[in-house]
Design a binder for this molecule. Structure first.
Ligand SMILES: *Cc1c(COP(=O)(O)O)cnc(C)c1O
Length: 380
């Protein structure tokens, strides 16, 4: 629950991170993954807050990066280069150079032209790059279309129909060592059947590679495990036990193979809330608006994906009314929730927008020349 008294005097809006929730989540993800000797890389793009990264480093997770600056951020925050993997459809030359110089564990390569460029740059630098190829498995994640990545129509990975020609070309490139296969089918996935379908596809592909006498050391199944946006307190910790069990049960592994996971949202979503103050309550003819001092520039998920976030008034406990909770930004999409049932709300009340630890702070912008919301932690 919220330490409302502690938060009252602070300038709003701000991100509030509950370090106990983060630690409990990390403990569970480590316990459940260690049962099967699975390797977990944290997807930095979900949140690169330094304080959170230090907890994640301490817990022993590796990192999954999707840009050169994320690779640099991981290095600056003391992650071992051996624990870094680097994905992304559009790696620029300087990003490839940076990752090669650092000696990261693996590039997740998404196309043949990219493989050729990595091969060329590695050659110039006198290095051999370890790569996994990202395969688009054409598995439906049953999630929002903007965060579905594993269907044929998506831009990610190498399609099944191109696989043969791409693999034939890649194995001829002298400065690449093809060591693994990589997948990532989408985000906020709550249907374990989607992960089971991914395992089945991976098993078929493993046999395909064996027929070609290619030995794979790394099977990287990506991330995407969802969290419960409706019940952030009751289900503060995602279903890691069930999630890892699905892969243990359905993936057919060969001796010595490492299984890599890349979890972002599931690690950090529930520990963060965006805390904002009510500026005005405006009564329209049809509805009441609670106008708050946080906007879509602080948390874009509702505007971008129509994402649901639980909204709580942490000051008032009076009888409930319905409000549209909206920000000050000059866009009608700057709305955190419609017809939200809240205790009777007035100017000055603190509102918590829950489950905002993933894809919140990191996606903030200066739109309307607004400043970035600072971070506050439950522990120092
Ligand atoms: C975004 C991303 C992830 C993390 O996704 P979550 O849904 O936050 O777990 C993992 N791998 C890759 C390649 C990604 O792009």
């Amino acid at each position: 629950m919220f330490p409302t008294e502690q938060l009252k005097g602070l300038e709003t809006p701000f991100y509030y991170y509950d370090i106990d929730v983060l630690r409990a989540t990390l403990k569970e993800v480590c316990e459940q993954s260690k049962k099967y000797n699975f390797h977990v890389h944290y997807a930095v793009k979900a949140n690169a807050n330094k304080r959170l990264l230090s907890e994640i480093l301490e817990a022993g997770l590796g990192v999954d990066c999707v840009s050169g600056n994320e690779v640099q951020c991981a290095l600056d925050n003391d992650f071992e280069s051996e624990s870094i993997v680097f994905a992304g459809v559009g790696k620029a030359d300087w990003e490839i150079r940076l990752a090669l110089k650092a000696g990261i564990r693996c590039f997740n390569v998404e196309s043949l032209p990219e493989a050729e460029v990595i091969n060329e740059i590695a050659g110039e630098m006198g290095k051999v790059a370890t790569i996994a190829i990202r395969i688009n498995p054409n598995v439906d994640a049953h999630t929002h279309k903007y965060i579905t990545t594993g269907l044929e129509e998506n831009k990610f990975g190498i399609g099944l129909t191109e696989l043969e020609s791409v693999v034939d070309a890649i194995v001829k490139l002298p400065n690449l060592a093809l060591k693994g296969i990589h997948f990532h089918i989408g985000s906020q996935i709550t249907d374990m059947g989607a992960f089971q379908a991914l395992c089945t596809r991976i098993n078929e592909l493993q046999r395909w590679f064996e027929e070609r006498k290619i030995r794979l050391e790394i099977v990287n199944v990506g991330g995407g495990l969802g969290v419960d946006y409706e019940h952030p307190d009751k289900h503060a910790i995602p279903t890691f036990e069930e999630y890892f069990r699905v892969f243990h049960k359905f993936l057919e592994l060969r001796d010595g193979q490492e299984v890599h996971f890349e979890l972002g949202r599931a690690i950090v979503a529930q520990c963060g809330s965006l805390v904002t103050k009510v500026l005005y309550v405006k009564e329209g003819r049809k509805k009441k608006f609670a106008i708050v001092d946080a906007g879509m520039n602080d948390l874009i998920r509702p505007a971008l994906y129509h994402a649901y976030h639980k909204i709580e008034n942490i000051t008032s406990a009076e009888a409930t009314e319905q409000y549209d909770v909206v920000g000050p930004v000059c866009e009608s999409s700057d709305c955190f929730g419609q017809a939200v049932v809240l205790p009777k709300t007035q100017r000055g009340d603190l509102i918590a927008i829950r489950t905002a630890g993933a894809y919140g702070e990191i996606m903030a912008s200066h739109y309307n020349l607004r400043k970035f919301a600072p971070s506050v932690y439950s522990k120092n």
